[in-house]
Structure formats: structure tokens, C-alpha cells
Design a protein around this ligand. Sequence first.
Ligand code: UDX
Length: 456
Amino acid sequence: MEIGVIGAGHVGLTTAAGLAAIGHQVCCADGPENVASLRRGEIPFFEPYLAEIVGKQLAASRLRFTTAGEAVRLGRALFICVGTPPLENGEADLSEVEQVAQVVAQEATSPRLVIQKSTVPVHTGRWLQQYLKQHGRADCEVASNPEFMREGSALEAFFHPDRIVVGAESPRAVSLLKAIYGPVISGQFTCPVHDTCSPRGAVPFVAMDLASAELVKLASNSFLATKISFINLMADLCEATGADVQRVAEAMGLDPRIGPAFLRPGIGFGGFCLPKDVAAFVKVAEKFGCDFSLLREVEKVNRERVDRFVNRIRIELGGLRARRIAAWGLAFKPNTDDLRNSPALAVVRNLVAEGAKVRAYDPQATERALAELPALQACADPYEAARNAEAILVLTDWDEFQRLDWRRLKECVSHPLVIDGRNVLSHDQLARHGFRYISIGRVSAGQVAAALTSVT
Ligand code: UDX
């Protein structure tokens, strides 16, 4: 099917590449500069497998990069994947969605299914439908198909989604979307992400009304953020009582009603989605007279993580001015170079502001971080960052940090201290190599004694 994808960011480019890979003819639209570099196969951000799949689909002429007008003219179905960034007051900025609506009204040559994939406030679809009707396009129907992609595994989420959610008013729109995702729903396709990929059986395809589908994404992300802030509060209590938050989380997660995912304590959640979606959800709820102050607490707990962690470093080092600190990880999570709302970058920014000498390494995001923090000393690997360090910080849970040579690291540092902001390292392993290890929500034996005496 001829499909138009408007917007070539993390969501649009992944969607366009995925749709082409399952056999559709895809026109992906963005601004002229992005289109020019995308036509050369240059991807403006790191996402595993994306460059290979875009290159392959370009070569197979199943994927083209073009203007929004051409994508609207050619695409029978149009995915809106433009940005909906937060305004100052936390509400979603829908100006890019409005621009797409204008192009559809002007350029569509026959009925179009206009599919919202960008995360939008509830009733945006209703507004879009009315806009198109008022501009002579009553023959275009609007549907919602929220994305649940996670950066670093976005293509995995496209080819093997936990569910496909569709919001539409007409059965025709639902059946068209079911046809578009047919290969993914049935699992009958050659998965470009996994060499040998056994079909996982049918993927749940959940159809509902437009407003409900628009709410699912914000509700899901807000719930995930709530889980993270809850376990971070538990970490605070575990530090105060000498308990171990990892053991608490492990036992909580064994309850299938809770589940183990998103119960990892640390320096907080970042990225473009969770912070934005929680703020937008509070605003959406307020607009409809619902008090979501629960989510304001979720945001507050998350905001406190960075200051709490920096304070811990300040106490352990007896101050931060001129201290030599190694920062491992800058991206907001592993397998991405995305620094948006990154707690890791916020920690480093605070340390540099207080006069610390920070040597930083991230497998993907170092260059981007240098542009934001020129005072950073960028290093090519964790060992170089650890040279002469008085403390090593783990700020992003990249897998490679769990496979390092601690004997060699002991030779690098000036003081054998590791402060782990993502609880990914092992106390015993580091103790064997003479390192003192501090993590989140777990206190050392000595601190347990101090915590208990402070209570009794
Ligand atoms: C999120 C949602 O997971 C995804 O479904 C949605 O479509 C887009 O937003 P993403 O922003 O890519 O995906 O990152 P995610 O994997 O959710 O992690 C978000 C942040 O939470 C990261 O900073 C991560 O470090 C943090 N996190 C995650 C925790 O601190 N603890 C956890 O247990 C899990």
C-alpha cells in the first residue's frame, strides 16, 4: 500500500523504515535539510538497526524521502509522526500537527486515512476531523495509532509490539489499519532485527474509539513513570532503614500484578517521552477538571533524584571543587545517544558548575554532550575517564560497564571509589578489587549501624 509518513524523527523514521520492511511503499516527509541527508542514508541519531534497514529499503525503492505535500498526494494512509513538544506550561505544542492538517487539506487528491502516531492530548483527533471537514475534506477520516516505541529498541517494538492500539470511528478505518499491520499482527514476515526470528504468534490488535486510544499512551507512560518514582521513594526508605531496595523490588516484582519491569531505582527517568507525557497528562486532566496531583508527586520525586545523588558525591568526597571525577554514561538510557532530559547529563552539569573536574565517557553520546557542556573532558573509553579519578560515577546503565577490567581500573584511579547511580555493578566484585562501592537504596554494613543508631 502507498503510505505517507509525515515527520522523520525517532518515531517517524522508525515507522517509515518498519512499514517499508513489511512490504509497503513509503514516502517519508521532513524538512529539506533532513530529506537531503536521509536520501544519502544518513540517520541523525543512533538507534540500533535503523541505518541498515533505511539503507536496505532505500535500495529496494520501497522507501523515499520527500516533502509533506508529495507524501500526502501519494499516500493512501498518512501517519502523522511530527513532534508534540511541551509548551512552557507543560501542555503539548500541536503547531506541527496543525501544519500537517493544512497540507492534507490542500494536497490530498482523494480520501485519506489520517493516522495520528505522535502523542497528542485527548480530543486532538476530534479537532483534526473537524478541521479537515471545515476545509473541504470531509472524505478524510482521522484515526489514532499511538506508538509504544522505546529508544534503543524502537525497531524491536515496531516488529514485535506488545499490542497495536487503534482508535477510529469507522470499521473501514480499523480494517485498513489491520491491513497495514497485517504481517506484524500475524508474525508472518522476515524480521530484519533478528536473524532467525520465530513468529511469536498473533500480536493483540486492540480497536477502540478515538478518545480512548489517545489516552492509552499518556496513561501508559504516566504509569511507568509512577512505578519508577515509587521504587525511588522505596530506595530513600531503604537507605534510612538499612534495607536493600534491590531485594525489595525483586520480591515486589514476583507479584504478577506488579511485575518486575520499571522497578529499577536510580538517578531518575529522562528522555523525551516520560517527562513530557507525565507533564502533558497532568495538563490534559486539569483541562477536564480532573486532579492528577499524584503525577505531580511523581515528577517531584524524579526531580529530586539528581540533587540527592550529587549531594551523596559531595559528602563522600568532602566537597566538589577541583575534585577529579569520572562519569560513565551521559545518555538518558543505554543504546541511544539521546541527551534529552538526561539525568546523567544533569548530574555532570551540576558537578561542573561546582568546580569538579569531570572526565566523561559514553559509548554514543559523548560528542553530543560536548556540544552542551564544553567544559567536559571527553574520553574514548571508561579507563581513560577513570585516570587519576577520586570517584567513578555510573550514570547510564550501558551493558559494557559490567564487563570491565577492575584490576586495570584500580591502577587507573587515585582513589578506589565507585558511586553507582543505576545499581548495575556488583558490590562483591568491586570489593574483591579493593574498591569502595556506593549505590542507590543499599547501604554498606557500617552505614546500617549508623542508620540504626540514628533511629533508636
Ligand atoms: C518510553 C516508554 O517506555 C515507551 O513505551 C514510550 O513509547 C516512549 O517513552 P523511552 O523514553 O525510550 O520509552 O525510555 P524508557 O526505556 O521508558 O526509559 C525512560 C527512562 O526511565 C530512562 O531514563 C531510564 O533510565 C529510566 N528507567 C527505566 C528507570 O529509571 N528505572 C526503570 O526501572 C526503567
